[in-house]
Design a protein around this ligand. Structure first.
Ligand SMILES: Cc1cc2nc3c(=O)[nH]c(=O)nc-3n(C[C@H](O)[C@H](O)[C@H](O)COP(=O)(O)OP(=O)(O)OC[C@H]3O[C@@H](n4cnc5c(N)ncnc54)[C@H](O)[C@@H]3O)c2cc1C
Length: 503
C-alpha cells in the first residue's frame, strides 16, 4: 500500500487563471487528486483584469464564497452592464446592459415590437426598456428583488484581480492545494512525448500526470514546450497594445464599465472601492505609446496613482488549448481584448469544461478533440461579437475606424448580421455566451436597425402596441425606484459580511 495520490495535477502560474483553477479543483476534485501550484514572485502577474460578466457569480457560488467577504476582500463593486461611448460616433452612447430588454409578448421577443414601434414613431430608445440600464445610469443597485414580484437585476462585479487571486489562494491552500514558489525554466518529457515534470531554474523537478498552463501570454508549456501554434486574429481585431493606469476614485461610483472610443482604439473605466482602473487599448500601427498614454492621462477622473504601463498582446487563440496532457487556461490559451470583459469568463468556462471531463491518467483523444472544438467555438463567437462593435461605426476619417468599416467580416458574423437586418432574427446557439438580447443591444446600439420584423407583431393595433411599450417602460422605473445608491449597496453588502465575521 502506498499513500501516493493517484492523480497529480500541476498548475503552472498563480495569476487569476492559476488560482481560479486551483480553487475549483480544491473544491471539486475527488479524493486521490493532489493539486500543486507553482508560481514565480519574480515574474509576477499581468496585473490587469477588473471587469467581469454575470456568470462569475456562478463560479463564486459553486465555491460557496460569501458575496460580502469576496467584495470586501477584492475592493469590488457591482456591474450592471457596459456603456459604449462614441463607438457609433462622437457624442453617441448606448449600453450593453445585462439581463432583459423589454419583455416577450406571446411568442415574440420584444425586439420585434420595438422595431415596429420605432417605425411608427411609438418606441423610445432601447435604454427606456432596460431596468439594468436605468439603474446603471442613475447609479443605483440592489442585490435581490427591489420589491414584491419584481425580478432581481442581473449583475456582475468589478474587482481587483490581484486581490481576487490572493483571496482564492487562501481558499485553495486551506483546502489542500500545495503552493511552490519557483521560477520554472522548462519541462521534462516522458517517452510518450507528454510532459512528465516541470523543471525549476535551479534544477528541481515537479512531477505530474496532468498540467494546467496558467503561465500567461508566453504559454510556458502549451507553446514554449509543446509548440501548439496560435491563430493570429489581428486582421479582424488589430488593436495590439494597452496602456493601463489606476487613478484616485471620484464621487462618480458608477455600477457599470465604461468603454469610450478613441481615435485609434478605446479607453476603459472601471470603478472599484479604492481606485478607478483605466486603460487605453489601441493599435500601434496608428498610434505611439506616448500618444496613447497622453490621451489616457488626459481623460482620468482623478490623479493617476502609478505610472502608465504598456502591455503588448496578440489577439487570437491557441490552436488547441488542450494538447497532450497540458491544458492552457487564461492568457496562455489566447486573448481577446477586454471590450466585453470576457477573459476571466473564459478562465471560468475552461475550468468548468475541464471538471465535466476531469481526466485520469489515461486521456482519450476523443475527449480532447471535443474539448478543443467547444473551446474554439467559444473564442470565435466572442471574436465575432467584438468585431461587430468595431465594424458598425461611423467614425469617418480615423484610419483604424475607417479600416474596420471596410473589414471583410468572418462568414459567421456576416450571416448573423444579414439575417438580423433582413427580418430582425438573432439566434445564437444554445451554448453561446452572448444571448440574443446582448447581440440586439450592440447591433441596435451600433446603429443597425432591421429592415423588417416578424409580421406577427403587426397583429397588435397601434394603441395596444403603444400601451405595451409604455407598460414595459413603467415597469423599469418601478424596478429601479426603490433601489439604494450603488455606494450604499456596496457598503451594506461588505458591512454585513464584516458583522457576520465578528459575530
Ligand atoms: C490590457 C488587459 C486588460 C484586461 N482586462 C480584463 C477585464 O477587464 N476583464 C477580464 O475578464 N479580463 C481582463 N484581462 C485579462 C485578464 O487580465 C487575464 O485573463 C487574467 O488576469 C488571467 O491572467 P493569467 O492568470 O492567465 O496570467 P498572468 O496574470 O500573467 O499570470 C501568469 C502567472 O504565471 C507565472 N509564471 C509565468 N512564467 C513563469 C515561470 N517561468 N515560472 C513560474 N511561474 C511563472 C507568473 O508568476 C504568474 O503567476 C485583461 C488583460 C489585459 C492584457
Amino acid at each position: 500500500m502506498t499513500d501516493e495520490p493517484t492523480m497529480r495535477i500541476v498548475i503552472v502560474g498563480g495569476g487569476t487563471a492559476g488560482w481560479m483553477s486551483a480553487a475549483a479543483l480544491a473544491r471539486f476534485a475527488p479524493p486521490g487528486y493532489a493539486v500543486t501550484l507553482v508560481e514565480s514572485d519574480a515574474i509576477g502577474t499581468v496585473g490587469v483584469g477588473e471587469a467581469t460578466i454575470p456568470a462569475i457569480r456562478l463560479f463564486n457560488e459553486a465555491l460557496d464564497i460569501d458575496e460580502g467577504s469576496f467584495l470586501a476582500a477584492t475592493k469590488g463593486s457591482f456591474k450592471l452592464g457596459i456603456e459604449f461611448a462614441g463607438w457609433l460616433e462622437d457624442g453617441h452612447s448606448y449600453m450593453h446592459a445585462f439581463g432583459t430588454v423589454g419583455r416577450q409578448l406571446g411568442l415574440l421577443p420584444f425586439r420585434h415590437f420595438w422595431a415596429r414601434g420605432r417605425a411608427l414613431g411609438l418606441a423610445k430608445p432601447l435604454a427606456h426598456y432596460s431596468a439594468n440600464e436605468l439603474a446603471a445610469r442613475t447609479g443605483r443597485m440592489q442585490v435581490g428583488a427591489s420589491g414584491p414580484g419584481i425580478p432581481e437585476v442581473p449583475y456582475a462585479y468589478h474587482f481587483d484581480a490581484g486581490l481576487y487571486a490572493a483571496f482564492l489562494r487562501d481558499y485553495a491552500e486551506t483546502r489542500g492545494v500545495t503552493r511552490i514558489e519557483a521560477t520554472l525554466a522548462g519541462a521534462r518529457r516522458a517517452e510518450t512525448g507528454d510532459i512528465a515534470a516541470v523543471v525549476t531554474a535551479d534544477g528541481r523537478e515537479i512531477a505530474g500526470d496532468f498540467f494546467i498552463d496558467c503561465s500567461g501570454f508566453k504559454g510556458l508549456l502549451i507553446e514554449q514546450e509543446l509548440q501548439t501554434g496560435y491563430d493570429d486574429w489581428r486582421h479582424w481585431l488589430p488593436c495590439d497594445r494597452a496602456i493601463a493606469v489606476p487613478c484616485e476614485p471620484s464621487g462618480n461610483f458608477t455600477p457599470y464599465t465604461r468603454s469610450t472610443a478613441r481615435p485609434a482604439g478605446w479607453q476603459w473605466r472601471i470603478p472599484l472601492q479604492h481606485r478607478i482602473g483605466n486603460g487605453h487599448v489601441f493599435c500601434s500601427e496608428f498610434m505611439s505609446d506616448d500618444e496613447a498614454a497622453a490621451i489616457l492621462l488626459g481623460n482620468l477622473d482623478g490623479p493617476a496613482l502609478a505610472d502608465p504601463r504598456a502591455i503588448p498582446f496578440v489577439t487570437g487563440r491557441r490552436k488547441q488549448i488542450w494538447n497532450r496532457n497540458v491544458l492552457a487556461v487564461g492568457l496562455s490559451s489566447g486573448f481577446l481584448e477586454p471590450l466585453e470583459s470576457t477573459s476571466i469568463h473564459l478562465i471560468q468556462s475552461t475550468i468548468t469544461r475541464l471538471l465535466t471531463v476531469l481526466p485520469g491518467k489515461q486521456i482519450d483523444p476523443a475527449v480532447v478533440d471535443g474539448f478543443n472544438r467547444r473551446s474554439a467555438a467559444e473564442f470565435e463567437n466572442i471574436r465575432d461579437f467584438l468585431v461587430l462593435h468595431y465594424w458598425a461605426n461611423r467614425r469617418d476619417g480615423q484610419p483604424l475606424w475607417d479600416r474596420m468599416r471596410g473589414l471583410e467580416l468572418p462568414q459567421s458574423l456576416q450571416q448573423r448580421i444579414g439575417e438580423y437586418l433582413a427580418v430582425n432574427q438573432i439566434q445564437p446557439a444554445h451554448d453561446e455566451l452572448f444571448t440574443e438580447v446582448a447581440w440586439f443591444q450592440v447591433l441596435a446600439g451600433q446603429g443597425l436597425i432591421p429592415r423588417s420584423w416578424n409580421p406577427i407583431a403587426d397583429r397588435y393595433p397601434e394603441g395596444e402596441l403603444a400601451g405595451f411599450l409604455g407598460a414595459v417602460e413603467k415597469d423599469c422605473v418601478e424596478t429601479v425606484r426603490p433601489m439604494p445608491l450603488h455606494i450604499d449597496c456596496v457598503a451594506a453588502v461588505c458591512g454585513a459580511a464584516k458583522k457576520e465575521k465578528a459575530a
